[in-house]
Structures are given as structure tokens and as C-alpha cells.
Design a protein around this ligand. Structure first.
Ligand code: CO
Length: 135
């Protein structure tokens, strides 16, 4: 059911330092920071030949990234995003099998302008999983 790894999201405590590290030390193609107030994050997209990285930095007081960075002050992998062809079919199959969808269970518009859902990390080996419908 899941397809390509669309991106790995990494929460970072210092966005400028992380950008400099990926751009200058690792030599990656790093985009400009994008504020996404509706998600409470500033995002930097990094294009790799086979997938993407997203650096996530808190934006605003109620950022969902803030508590994560409180628990992981050095930063860390926040979630993996897998592509699916039909997000509602994927959700229904997962719910039938006992997985928990975060929020109200309805897809939202994600960082790429496409429908996304998040699955509870306790149901997936401690990993927060995002599903993104790519078509
Ligand atoms: Co994501």
C-alpha cells in the first residue's frame, strides 16, 4: 500500500546552523525557509536525488515541534512520510487494522499542498508516520 519515501522530517533546535550544515558541510541542495503558520513550523526543504528532507523549526507559541524539542534538545527525526495513491482507502484499511489516526481522522493539507494524515507513533514502533496522497 505505501509507496515511495516522500521525506524524512527532522526537528532542529537551530535552523540556521542546520541549513549551513546540510548546505555547506554535506553539500545538499537546500531551499529557503518557508513559514507555515497553519502547521506551527518553519520548514526548509532539502532535495536529495532519491527523496527529500524537511528541517522543522518551531513557529509560534503552540508549535507541535516545541514539545518534541523539549524532549530532544539536540533535535531528532520527527516523522517519515510515505506516499499513497488513495489516502482515504489507506486510512480505512489502517483503522480497520487497529491503527490510530491523529486528529479528527480527516486528511489535512500538508506542507506540499497535498492531503496528508498522521498515524500514532505508538502503533508504529515509536515512529510518527505521515501519509501523503501524491496524485
Ligand atoms: Co512531513
Amino acid at each position: 500500500m505505501i509507496g515511495r519515501l516522500n521525506h524524512v522530517a527532522i526537528a532542529v533546535p537551530d535552523l540556521q546552523a542546520a541549513v549551513a550544515q546540510y548546505r555547506d558541510t554535506l553539500g545538499a541542495r537546500v531551499g529557503a525557509p518557508l513559514d507555515q503558520p497553519e502547521h506551527g513550523v518553519t520548514v526548509v526543504f532539502i532535495e536529495l536525488p532519491n527523496t527529500k528532507l524537511e528541517l522543522l523549526y518551531p513557529l509560534g507559541e503552540n508549535s507541535p515541534i516545541r514539545a518534541f524539542l523539549d524532549r530532544n534538545p539536540a533535535g531528532g527525526i520527527h516523522h517519515l512520510c510515505f506516499e499513497v495513491e488513495d489516502i482515504l482507502a489507506a486510512r480505512d484499511r489502517l483503522v480497520t487494522q487497529g491503527a490510530r489516526v491523529l486528529g479528527d481522522g480527516q486528511p489535512r493539507t500538508g506542507a506540499h499542498g497535498l492531503p496528508v494524515l498522521f498515524l500514532h507513533p505508538k502503533d508504529f514502533n515509536g515512529t510518527l508516520i505521515e501519509l501523503e496522497q501524491v496524485k
